[in-house]
Ligand binder design. Structure first.
Ligand code: ADP
Ligand code: MG
Length: 468
């Protein structure tokens, strides 16, 4: 995205007053009514209208008249608010060239008065598909007003907090300088992303360092979750720096092992392809200490001694509340909802809800959903109808056994067969009814929960927005 900071120079105090008014209005409005902007900005002689026209011209605001005459901030408008705040704080005084375009971010050079150059990362959630959660976004698109600016702000704060904590624990990460809204200022990392590197002098050393980092992160209770050649920077001396942390999870996450193995696998695959490495001779080591590996040389997650309190401790230390964490994990990381001491039931329910909604909105074969529903019902309601279901299979072998034993008496056998058939049919009918009834119950339970979830989520967001 183009960031024309020249415009910034020509913006007046009134322009910022109106931009800020829209931002404030967005605490509880997706689209802020024009009169509300006017009331908050409280410019003399009705000057707000003229200012808004100017802000629209520069694409700092977006006009939406679909429901009522209203406005919302664009990412550019949000960028300008963050940049202005950081410049006023004296963090930097100039914005330079674009350094990189991430999956959901833009990275620019910024410089201080004395010429120190740093990196500015502007989070842009919702711009492209974010990791493996496109479906959830589709789901969200159909469901509720959803504030990407707010989530980008949470992502930035989360990344900033991790960066600071990791730096304090001696990890090779950029120096976290400051953070405002969706913007993180950090030191400039020399070198290039590993993906651009075609040759290394010491690929084994670099490989061991990188795998060692994955292990050391786990020892500190963390999994990067996006640990790959795009997020590892390497300089001319082959020194490694890791970047890009907003999606990290705790080692106590229910899918921790999978995320850990996936991070490890990414590194193994890349080094094998790019540098033709075979791994039997490489041992992951941290500060010279060998790490337990499996037969293929991959470090074993289970044998790592992990400090599970790290994530919570560090995040709350930097003002990131547990609720913030839940919100962002739930909506952005595709159900990575809770970390340590998590209660999986809710997460599972949410996943069911989202499966149902995705099916509804994306036209997925409902059979698949029904199957899941049935299984769920059987677990949730073990009594009544479902007990009848259980009687079905158990009565079948019983009668089959009987048939075999009484094979010499055809009449009895036939009678038994007919009787058996009748009983089985009855059982099947009941099972089907149970399933249908259960499905209805489940669907309606979900619909209910769904509504509750939606409104409670949005009110959660509203509540949090008001603390901006
Ligand atoms: P995303 O989360 O969108 O993937 P990243 O943090 O991975 O964003 O950054 C995208 C790209 O920007 C990186 O691949 C890298 O080239 C560049 N970059 C990010 N941070 C820095 C930094 N501190 N110094 C230099 N370049 C950086
Ligand atoms: Mg990245």
């Amino acid at each position: 995205m183009k960031l024309d900071v020249d415009v910034l120079r020509y913006l007046t105090k009134e322009d910022f007053r109106v931009l800020t008014a829209v931002e404030m209005g967005m605490r509880n409005h997706e689209i802020v009514p024009a009169e509300l902007v006017e009331r908050i900005a409280a410019l003399k002689h009705g000057g707000t209208y003229k200012v808004m026209k100017n802000l629209l011209k520069h694409k700092l605001l977006h006009h939406d008249a679909s429901k009522y005459d209203g406005f919302r901030l664009t990412y550019l408008g949000y960028d300008f608010l963050a940049i202005k705040t950081l410049v006023n704080r004296g963090v930097f005084s100039a914005v330079g060239r674009q350094l990189g375009v991430g999956k959901e971010s833009d990275i620019f050079e910024v410089a201080t008065e004395d010429g120190t150059v740093m990196a500015m990362k502007l989070h842009r959630l919702g711009r492209t598909s974010f990791r493996a959660v496109k479906s959830k976004r589709d789901y969200l698109k159909h469901r509720s007003s959803f504030n990407w600016l707010y989530l980008s702000r949470l992502a930035a704060l989360r990344e900033f907090s991790f960066m600071k904590a990791l730096e304090e624990h001696g990890f090779p990460v950029p120096n976290a300088v400051d953070c405002n809204r969706h913007c993180v200022i950090m030191s400039l990392v020399p070198g290039y992303p590993l993906v651009q590197v075609k040759q290394l002098e010491n690929p084994e050393t670099v490989f061991n360092t990188i795998i060692g980092l994955v292990v050391r992160l786990a020892e500190h209770g963390l999994i990067h979750c996006d640990f790959n050649e795009f997020n590892i920077m390497i300089d001319d001396d082959e020194k490694v720096t890791m970047i890009d942390f907003p999606q990290m999870v705790s080692v106590s996450h229910r899918n921790a092992q999978m995320y850990f193995d996936r991070d490890v696998e990414c590194v193994f695959k890349f080094f094998s392809k790019r540098f033709n490495m075979s791994f039997h001779e490489c041992t992951a080591d941290i500060d010279g200490t060998a790490v337990d590996t499996d037969d293929s040389g991959r470090p074993s997650f289970t044998s790592i001694a992990k400090d599970t309190g790290f994530l919570d401790k560090e995040l709350s230390a930097s003002g990131f509340t547990r609720k913030d964490q839940e919100e962002i994990a739930k909506f952005i990381e595709g159900g990575i909802k809770k970390d340590a001491n998590s209660d999986d039931e809710d997460t599972e329910d949410d996943e069911h809800i989202s499966v149902l909604n995705e099916a509804n909105t994306m036209g997925v074969d409902s059979l698949h959903v029904a199957d899941q529903t049935l299984q769920h019902d059987e677990q949730v309601e073990p009594e009544g109808n479902v007990r009848t279901c259980e009687a079905g299979p158990s009565s079948e072998p019983e009668n089959e056994d009987g048939s075999n034993e009484e094979g010499d008496n055809e009449t009895v056998n036939n009678d038994n067969d007919a009787e058996l058939e009748k009983r089985l049919n009855k059982v099947r009918r009941r099972a089907v009814t149970a399933a249908r009834g259960g499905r209805k119950t489940f669907a309606s339970r979900n619909t209910y929960k769904d509504k509750g979830g939606k409104s409670s989520n949005s009110s959660k967001i509203q509540r949090q927005l008001s603390s901006w």
